[in-house]
Design a protein around this ligand. Structure first.
Ligand SMILES: Nc1nc2c(ncn2[C@@H]2O[C@H](COP(=O)(O)OP(=O)(O)OP(=O)(O)O)[C@@H](O)[C@H]2O)c(=O)[nH]1
Ligand SMILES: [Mg+2]
Length: 456
């Protein structure tokens, strides 16, 4: 493992709290020299004489200048977040003080930590597997309850333990298959084929389950984009405002009011929706800016996870033909039900039943639409059990499954053992990539941890 990083033995330091003024600001120091470096600026007590997991009040001094009154929390390896000696310095939350204390530490031998380096060390020191380390970033970035719960589950071990134990069992069979290779002249079978098949089916079932959960996991983590489209003046912007319950977009009775797209987020029962209000679509326009807007509306509809097609009951027009392609992600609403009802009444006509009717001006009439959005986002997606929300895991699972199927068909066709073991090894590799039990490529590790903020 140490080969992955050449400087992983340095003692690192960083401000762990967000930038800006706050009640407290925390500096984290981790590494073999953590105690001796902090001691140089904390003359109040002899740190080496203090028991681990204790806190200590005292002064931070740079030469003769008092920088702050602080509280130190001491953690001795391996019982710390990183698995190394760690000291957390709780200062007053002034960016100036924090920077001064950090500079003093750096001048005395600490190195500025890189983004995610504390978590990276936790991984390198075996405090957590890779999937758990990635969950730390997800927890910090979680914007909704559901995203937080998914990340928390992953941090607690989630599906890693299960995958690891399946992998261990597969390793056992690989060893037996390899042994058969050594005795290839004698035509013996050490690996029980029925048991091997059972294990393969078990892994297949588990990976399939996790692969299926990704649609939901991705929706929870990234949010679901919802394009609000329709003819000019249908009430799209009014609907956006109603869903958000704020006057976000300009509404007017002039057709073509919205020229560019407007994006806002909405949290419905823990799932994040990115609502996109678009320019009204009409087939023919000579206005260049409007036609650019219309083109953009189409692109948004194509990319969106869900499309709300707003129709105008007061001015019914056929839907754009291209919309048919997106049936599966479409929710239709018939807007201006209030005006329509009034019109029919004034004309003395019976009011025909209107399906999916709303009045975007009246919040009470769109409640069902929020439920429909939530249901559509979850439709056909499992909500119980482990949820995969990480693209890297998802891709590794797909590759695991691919090699697994190759092993199964190889066994069915009675292929020679040396060919089968190649696919078994690939399967082991991809399973191991998820939790990081195999050495993960240095570039991939770099990419994973660079998404963290400094100090985490
Ligand atoms: N009576 C009634 N009027 C509505 C309703 N929804 C929208 N309107 C009116 O319809 C007009 C157009 O509304 P917008 O929300 O700007 O329509 P839009 O679809 O965004 O229009 P463009 O941006 O031009 O494509 C405004 O005068 C709204 O007040 C409704 O439910 N009932
Ligand atoms: Mg509009």
């Amino acid at each position: 493992m140490p080969s992955i990083l050449s400087d992983w033995k340095d003692t690192i330091a960083a401000i762990a709290t967000p930038p800006g003024i706050g009640g407290l600001g925390i500096i984290r120091v981790s590494g073999d020299e953590a105690y001796s470096i902090v001691q140089k600026i904390f003359p109040s007590k002899n740190l080496n004489e203090q028991p681990p997991n204790t806190i200590h009040f005292g002064l931070i001094k740079d030469k003769d200048e008092i920088l702050d009154e602080v509280v130190l929390s001491l953690f001795k390896n391996p019982h710390s977040f990183t698995g190394e000696d760690v000291i957390e310095i709780s200062c007053h939350g002034s960016p100036y003080i924090l920077q001064q204390v950090l500079d003093s530490l750096i001048r005395r031998g600490a190195r500025m930590a890189k983004p995610g380096e504390f978590t990276q060390r936790a991984f390198l020191n075996g405090k957590m597997d890779l999937a758990q380390a990635e969950a730390v970033a997800d927890i910090i970035n979680a914007e909704t309850q559901a995203a937080h719960d998914t990340a928390m589950n992953q941090l607690r071990g989630g599906f890693s333990q299960e995958l690891n134990s399946l992998r261990e069992r597969l390793i056992h069979f690989t060893a037996l298959l390899e042994l058969e290779l050594d005795f290839s002249d004698e035509d013996v079978e050490f690996a029980d084929r029925t048991q091997l098949n059972e294990l393969l089916n078990e892994i297949d079932k588990k990976t399939e389950e996790l692969i299926q959960s990704f649609a939901l996991g991705n929706a929870i983590k990234k949010g679901v984009s919802v394009a609000i489209i329709g003819r000019p003046n249908a009430g799209k912007s009014t609907l956006l405002n109603a869903l958000l319950n704020e006057e976000r977009a300009i509404v007017s009775d002039i057709a073509g009011t919205t020229r560019d797209t407007i994006e806002e987020t909405l949290n419905i029962k823990g799932i994040l929706f990115r609502l996109i209000d678009t320019a009204g679509i009409r087939e023919h326009t000579s206005d260049t800016i409007e036609s650019m807007g219309i083109e953009r509306s189409k692109q948004n509809a194509e990319r969106a996870g869900i499309i709300i097609n707003v129709r105008d009951l007061m001015n019914p027009e056929p839907d754009p033909e291209w919309l048919e392609t997106y049936q599966s992600k479409l929710i239709e609403v018939n807007n201006k039900l209030d005006a329509y009802t009034k019109k029919m009444e004034s004309e003395g006509k019976p009011i025909p039943p209107v399906s999916n009717g709303i009045s975007a001006k009246n919040l009470a009439t769109i409640q069902w639409l929020k439920d429909a959005l939530y249901d559509k986002a979850l439709s056909g997606k499992k909500t119980d059990g482990a949820i995969v929300s990480n693209v890297r895991h998802y891709e590794a699972l797909l590759k695991t499954r691919e090699s697994l199927l190759a092993v199964k068909s190889g066994l069915e066709q009675g292929l020679p053992v040396d060919l089968i073991t190649i696919d078994v090894r690939r399967c082991l590799h991809y399973l191991g990539e998820i939790t990081g039990v195999i050495e993960v490529d240095r570039d991939i590790l770099g990419a994973i941890f660079s998404k963290f903020c400094i100090g985490k």
